[in-house]
Write a protein that binds this ligand. Structure first.
Ligand code: ARE
Ligand code: CA
Length: 456
């Protein structure tokens, strides 16, 4: 039986608030996220996990108690309700493929555990023994059995084919739903057969948004498309394509992904970066401090383009892969930025402005594509929005053909309408056309929800 999950709404924007504590997310929902028009926050895994200062301890569950380094159960519940009151729903990161690495200790909530033994939850028979490679680790991603039955990074692999294990996982997820969670990101979904996920989701008490982490790997047998039956899939080919385009400077091939073999936009969760890709060991990652304003320009593109349900990554600066969040996760933002290592990318003017753009253009098709050079693109969305992205290192003066109604609009990348006047640039559309100069490594976006007058 296929679970009918809440369909995506591609006009809504998710923020992945990486490393943020529950208390700080609650405050930020009220202060900025809700008022700015974001719809969702994806939070770190909320279950009890191993101790340690590295960010990735949260991906090693030791029990399903809602108590993590980001806060306890009542703080989690408080966050969910304060965000909901601000118009923002919570997506929890669900780590259900595995428990901790094969060792013993005490979790952040005081639960003790040892090898394949999590008292009151799982014992030896609830885990796989894949009998490969001596140590049971996944070595060969070209072997479906190994990817789904061996251990990802030595993490004790749950026997998700077992009715008992499915029941325990579903009970945990239903506990999250009872606290008001409205969406789930299924971590390491590739490592769980899609039918096992379907079965677990069929046990949920109500329909929620589902996004699944299935990283496409060239030549690998397990495909993202197998998982669309359960909900959205995180389309990493999109992420890698944007990385290469915005770091490399060739962006004129990004018009239409429908023939590229990816999951369809209506089944994709699409993002410029997540917490793994910004830390990529194998390629130069696209991240907050990438040269040529690439992080911002890629987000402008992502929020303007119709493909997928978009997520924005908001986190902290770091120099070492392992570095955990500052101040125990007490995120701090003010104005259009952050402090104390917090980046608050969700507040960056260009990124937050595009949330309103996306809401205004709705599901309108992409139109009026124009690209005079491989590092310059402009396109519209129906009759309500138009964007121009200049990845060149020199200013771009152009006359653009749009389907916008005639009138005066604020460029939301540089400012907003304040009492009818634009705090940034303005453009005048006449006969569907306007002329503007877009600074080097910058963008311009106008939509019918932000009209105003001013200078170009
Ligand atoms: C940590 C240490 C390890 C140690 C382990 C056990 O870093 O050295 O062996 O603990 O003690 C995160 C971190 C890991 C961390 C882990 C547990 O990234 O470093 O290990 O937490 O604490 C594959 C999976 C994909 C996975 C990526 C990272 O398919 O699901 O690897 N991503 C998710 C999360 C991660 C998280 C986990 C899963 C585990 O988003 O943040 O790990 O819960 C090709 C393949 C991909 C493969 C990729 C990388 O592209 O196609 O499938 O992704 O290579 O190997
Ligand atoms: Ca598995």
């Amino acid at each position: 039986n296929v679970t009918l999950n809440a369909r995506q709404n591609p006009t809504e924007v998710i923020i992945q608030m990486f490393g943020w504590s529950w208390d700080s997310i609650a405050a930020e929902c009220e202060a900025f996220i809700g008022p700015a028009g974001y719809s969702w926050v994806q939070v770190s895994p909320p279950q009890e996990h191993i101790t340690g200062g590295q960010w990735w301890t949260e991906y090693q569950p030791v029990s399903y108690k809602i108590q993590s380094k980001r806060g306890n159960r009542s703080q989690f519940q408080n966050m969910v309700s304060r965000c909901r009151n601000s118009g923002v729903r919570i997506i929890a990161d669900a780590v259900i493929n595995h428990m901790s690495a094969i060792n013993s200790g005490t979790g952040v909530g005081g639960s003790s555990f040892s090898q394949f033994n999590y008292p009151g939850i799982y014992q030896r028979q609830d885990f796989h023994t894949c009998n490969r490679n001596g140590n049971n680790d996944i070595m060969n991603y070209n072997d479906r059995y190994e990817v789904q039955n061996c251990e990802l990074n030595n993490l004790a692999d749950l026997a998700t084919e077992s009715d008992y294990v499915r029941g325990k996982i579903a009970a945990y997820l239903n506990d999250l739903l009872s606290l008001g969670v409205e969406g789930l990101r299924i971590d390491a979904a590739k490592h769980i057969p899609t039918g096992d996920i379907s079965n677990i989701l069929s046990r949920l008490s109500r329909v929620v948004y589902i996004t699944q982490e299935v990283i496409f790997g060239p030549g690998e047998p397990i495909l993202p498309s197998e998982y669309t039956r359960n909900g959205d899939v995180q389309e990493f080919r999109y992420t890698y394509t944007l990385r290469d385009a915005f770091l490399g400077g060739t962006i004129n091939n990004l018009r239409d992904f429908s023939t590229w073999g990816w999951v369809a936009g209506g089944q994709a969760n699409a993002f410029v970066a997540n917490h793994d890709t910004e830390r990529d060991h194998f390629a130069t990652p696209l991240k907050y401090d990438s040269p040529n304003n690439a992080y911002v320009l890629a987000h402008v593109f992502s929020l303007a383009h119709p493909y997928g349900q978009p997520s924005v990554l908001s986190g902290y600066s770091w120099s070492n892969f392992d570095t955990g969040a500052p101040d125990n996760g007490a995120g701090r933002c003010s104005g259009s930025g952050g402090s104390g290592g917090w980046l608050c990318q969700h507040r960056w003017l260009a990124i937050s402005a595009m949330v309103g753009f996306r809401r205004t253009v709705g599901t309108a098709a992409l139109n009026n594509w124009q690209s005079p050079a491989n590092n310059r693109i402009a396109f519209g969305r129906g009759t309500t929005g138009f964007v121009a992205i200049n990845r060149a290192t020199s200013a771009w003066t152009g006359t653009f053909t749009t389907s916008l109604p005639n009138g005066s609009y604020c460029d939301v990348i540089s400012g907003n309408p304040v009492n009818g006047a634009c705090s940034g640039f303005a453009v005048n559309v006449s006969g569907g056309r306007f002329t503007a100069t877009i600074p080097a490594l910058s963008a311009l976006a106008v939509h019918t929800g932000a009209r105003g007058t001013g200078t170009g």
